[in-house]
Design a binder for this molecule. Structure first.
Ligand SMILES: O=c1ccn([C@H]2C[C@H](O)[C@@H](COP(=O)(O)OP(=O)(O)OP(=O)(O)O)O2)c(=O)[nH]1
Length: 167
């Protein structure tokens, strides 16, 4: 089990499209991760519902926030952010993600779950603005860094409803 280095991430991008639809490879490659970029932001509306077997799950509706001159202003609050990049996680890997420190320093945070082995998709993350003065985000802003981990063996790949999302 180990964490992928820049060169290994680049090799897997080139050989098996680990990540595609990025803006600029060399800018987004990090020493042990990959910065993902902002595609769009949405407010959520309506209550969510979560249960055990997903049969009664309800994910709130979203209302996309338009960019104006490539920028969007976010008041203090919660948003859903969509990234540009399509990730293809092999069955012997998984990924976690953390906000860029610049985003944290600007008084915001990115909430993420686990990227499962076998997932393919253009992911969605939570974006919380704590800053009372709000946050400006430009289209394609680098907001979150994905870190890839090799498992100690192959596993059954993710087959949930989010597989292939936004692609
Ligand atoms: O912040 C994240 C983290 C992961 N993913 C992608 C990759 C992951 O493999 C997939 C499913 O995430 P998860 O397994 O957490 O979904 P769930 O809430 O458990 O729903 P389900 O049981 O339908 O899979 O969503 C995101 O889009 N955003």
């Amino acid at each position: 089990m180990g964490v992928l280095s820049k060169d290994e991430i680049r090799r897997l991008i080139e050989s098996q499209s680990l990540i595609s639809d990025y803006v600029d490879l060399e800018t987004q490659l990090q020493p042990n991760g990959f910065d993902c970029t902002l595609r769009k932001v949405a407010r959520i509306s309506g209550e969510g519902r979560l249960d055990f077997d997903n049969s009664e799950r309800r994910i709130p509706e979203t209302e996309e926030m338009p960019f104006e001159n490539e920028w969007v202003f976010l008041e203090k609050g919660y948003y859903r952010a969509y990234i540009n990049e399509v990730v293809r996680i092999p069955n012997d890997m998984m990924a976690l993600a953390r906000p860029r420190s610049s985003l944290i320093r600007a008084g915001a945070n990115i909430l993420t779950a686990v990227w499962d082995a076998g997932y393919v998709g253009r992911s969605e993350v939570g974006l919380v603005v704590y800053n009372e003065d709000g946050l400006w985000l430009k289209r394609n802003a680098r907001i979150v860094q994905l870190v890839f981990f090799r498992l100690d063996g192959e596993t059954e790949g993710y087959s949930g409803i989010y597989r292939g999302e936004n692609v």
